[in-house]
Design a protein around this ligand. Structure first.
Ligand code: GLU
Length: 276
């Protein structure tokens, strides 16, 4: 059975891009009599706002979607801690005290998510007395797993290239896990068979594939869809003036009609699908 999910982070209202993402995942599941899940990714304690989870549910209902909700990430922290402990025990994580500024200064390349970590703490160890994050030693991980492949519904067969992101953080300084670790574990725990999300997270999948191999998790398929962008080619965001779904709902717009238009790729003026 096909199981898809929509996994928003409650640190800002949803906008049209999120609606497209949710509709894509919902329709893929429903077309095959499968399950569509909602998972609230509220792992970022500092930025998450509890009231937004309810706003998201109201938005999805307004769009005419139905779903099963799985436990939100803040209730699953113990599982993330256990997985991190396992990886640490395998010698695959190392502690890192570097600050954002140091990372930017010492990066030898810029990856799809910004500066790629140069490896200072892998080589020299962390600075004493500083807060520590834990990073995946990607080279060691790949030695362990060998070459890995994954499948995207639109882009086809991919060779895993975790080196594009480098030694990513799996346990953050103030949080028990990073997005990469939490989402990978949850997709497995929730029985997701097709991970549906925007192409902005395409490269993250290289890391997730490696984590699945290291943690013995089932390997789903992926469906990375194009993003909605504005006239400047930038991803839609409320801070750039794109009204949120909640704004539209509150002024009485018809959500089911909006969903029908999005399915037909009829977007409001100034908004289009990215070609990437
Ligand atoms: N929580 C992530 C976000 O809101 C999405 C994660 C995912 O779909 O894998 O950007």
């Amino acid at each position: 059975m096909i199981v898809t999910r929509f996994a928003p982070s409650p640190n800002g209202s949803l906008h049209l891009g999120h609606a497209c993402s949710a509709i894509t995942a919902h329709d893929l599941a429903r077309a095959a009599d499968g399950r569509f899940l909602l998972r609230i990714e509220d792992i970022d304690g500092a930025r998450s706002r509890a009231e937004l989870a309810q706003e998201f549910r109201d938005d999805l209902r307004w769009l005419g979607l139905t779903w099963d909700e799985v436990p939100q990430q803040s209730s699953r922290l113990a599982r993330y801690g256990e997985a991190a402990e396992f990886l640490r025990g395998e010698g695959l994580l190392y502690p890192c005290s570097c600050t954002r500024a140091q990372i930017a200064e010492e990066a030898q390349s810029i990856g799809p998510e910004g500066p790629v970590y140069g490896g200072r703490c892998r080589v020299h160890g962390p600075q004493a007395g500083q807060p520590l994050a834990w990073r995946l030693d990607v080279a060691k991980a790949l030695e362990r797993t060998g070459a890995l492949a994954w499948h995207d519904a639109l882009a086809g067969e991919q060779q895993a290239r975790p080196d594009l992101l480098g030694d990513v953080v799996l346990v953050r300084k103030e949080e028990p896990a990073s997005y990469h670790l939490a989402a990978t574990l949850d997709d497995a725990a929730d029985g997701v068979t097709v991970v549906t999300r925007g192409t902005d997270l395409f490269t993250a999948t290289h890391i997730h594939r490696v984590l699945q191999a290291l943690l013995g998790l089932p390997v789903p398929r992926w469906h990375h869809h194009a993003l909605l962008v504005d006239d400047d080619g930038k991803k839609l965001a409320k801070r750039r003036g794109s009204p949120s779904l909640a704004d539209r709902r509150r002024v009485g717009e018809d959500g089911a009609l909006l969903a029908a238009q999005l399915r037909l790729h009829r977007f409001p003026a100034g908004i289009s699908l990215s070609s990437a």
